[in-house]
Design a protein around this ligand. Sequence first.
Ligand code: TYD
Ligand code: MG
Length: 456
Amino acid sequence: MAKSKFVYTCNQCGYESSKWNGKCPSCGAWNSFEEELADTVSAGGNASSGSTHDLLDSILELADIGADNDVRYDTGLGELNRVLGGGLVKGSLVLLGGEPGIGKSTLLLQICQYLGEEHAVLYVSGEESARQIKLRAKRLGVDTENLYILTANDAEAVAATIAGSNIDIVIIDSIQTMSISRISSSPGSLTQVRECTNLFMRTAKSEEVPVIIVGHINKDGAIAGPKVMEHIVDAVLYFEGERHQSYRLLRAVKNRFGSTNEIGVFEMLDKGLAEVANPSQMLLSGRPHNVSGTCVACVMEGSRPILAEVQALAAKTSYAAPRRMATGFDFNRLNIIIAVLEKRLGVFMGSLDVYLNIVGGFRLDEPAADLPVAMSLYSGIMDKEIDEELVAFGEIGLGGEIRSVSHASQRIKEAERMGFRRAVIPKQCMSGLDKDSYDIELIPVSDLKQAFAVIR
Ligand code: TYD
Ligand code: MG
């Protein structure tokens, strides 16, 4: 009789191997292999049964397929709707990932109040007792009659319950506490997480019920078994933020029903999460006055312009090699900008430690943030203040030139709305702008020298 065989699977990328590896040959992760019984690996897999004729019969003409618009449920939170692409799609499986304690359960319990006005919502918790959930709901002001709580860990029983009930929306908190008893590995293991996700995917599709799954992120910043889960689900949202700061960002990293560029901004208050409709205001609050080394940037987050403060500090180094640090900005990008400043403008920083910080824990990933970063650096090194009512955006080329960026008009309008009086913008952007429509002074620049001339 053949012995039962083991398969080893990388919990980072899903790579399978017949032997254990210290380092994954596919993604390079260390100590990421988990042992699984070979026959459980195919459990739940769709073994193709039936003849090819069955499949021939099921080929459809595109024109014949009914395409009613997606049915979307309004969650009552505009910020969440936006990230979802306009609401929660019927029959979709959404993964909400984030570090423990960031506010995933709070967010989901909160939307139950609004969803519960018209739909029956089932909140399945494997983490908290029904009493704990009740206490939290009370604190959050959730008292809808349409919210049903189920504390359970058996994924198959939960799926069967969903199928046998008239529930409209399901929340699973969290996938790491769910397990399928047939599978021997422990809850939270790669196999369990994958098979439970597959199971809920089938339930979501067959019952046409949207299912939101909570997934905890491990210390490396990845959801346990991240790749395998991300492949299966329809949308992956990450809830992020600094624990000691009150606001939280919700980002989509995958969305089959919308764009992945949008972000939602929330603030954690004592009565739960509140939407932040005006993130620029929040990010700019508490700006210092009459200080050199700070400049306001205008970046696009999806379709929304956001203003954020860039701070730079250059201090004489006491190390053999000067230190470079960037918080909220790409480290390599900072080094490129420093090199451009040294080579093209002769601003030498070889003997200076350079620290760059984006205020409020926000991340600027867009090339348009180059110019404000360079300006804050220059301002800091020269100890010359930048006008408080000035905002800047533009990409820096290696020749020291300022290159155009998209959505110039929207950025300028946002700066205007927030009370700024002057905007340093790439010269090339000017051609697409109706100059008379702004109540703000536009300063077009084509290279860094011109931009720095603005700093007096
Ligand atoms: P929680 O939603 O339990 O996090 P997760 O489900 O992602 O693990 O959030 C818990 C944190 O939120 C906890 O540190 C307390 C804080 N919190 C508030 O500040 N205000 C509130 O109204 C609630 C319910 C939680
Ligand atoms: Mg929780």
